[in-house]
Design a protein around this ligand. Sequence first.
Ligand code: HEC
Length: 140
Amino acid sequence: MQALPPSKNGRSRLYNNRLRTLNKNRLCLLLLASSAILITVSCHPDTPPAKPKTLSATEEHGERIYKSSCAMCHRSDSTAPMNGPGLKEVFKKPYLPSGAPANDERVHAVIVQGRRTMPPFGQIYDDVQIHDLIAYMRTL
Ligand code: HEC
């Protein structure tokens, strides 16, 4: 086999070719590593795209109560009425739909005592459960 003539930089072509392959391999590795990082970041199970809010354990507990006892009458994603008024952003406004102030005490009382056709929940939930429920309602 004929020896390769030296290239301009004095190194043999074979050596230069090897260098190029090495660089290519390094580039591939780099690409692989960065896409692995991207996939890990974008597919993290705690951040599903449909629900960007992350709830604390307290709020999540409240959400479970809301879903089992309130969601059949109150929408959580709008203020449109169902059996009762929609409760989206209920704590972001100064007043509740009835005109009473939108604060923890008032909402606690409504949950415990009920209101007109809304049933009371005082016999069903204790203070801690109602506290967690209100914490969740504050995230709406
Ligand atoms: C059977 C249907 C029903 C269920 C279940 C229900 N509600 Fe209601 N809720 C209503 C109705 C109807 C009203 C409006 C009462 C009125 O006429 O002012 C209301 C009103 C409210 C209000 C507004 C009170 C005000 O002063 O304007 C809040 C807050 C509320 N409900 C929270 C809850 C929570 C929290 C739960 C779950 C523990 C719940 N409701 C379960 C029917 C329901």
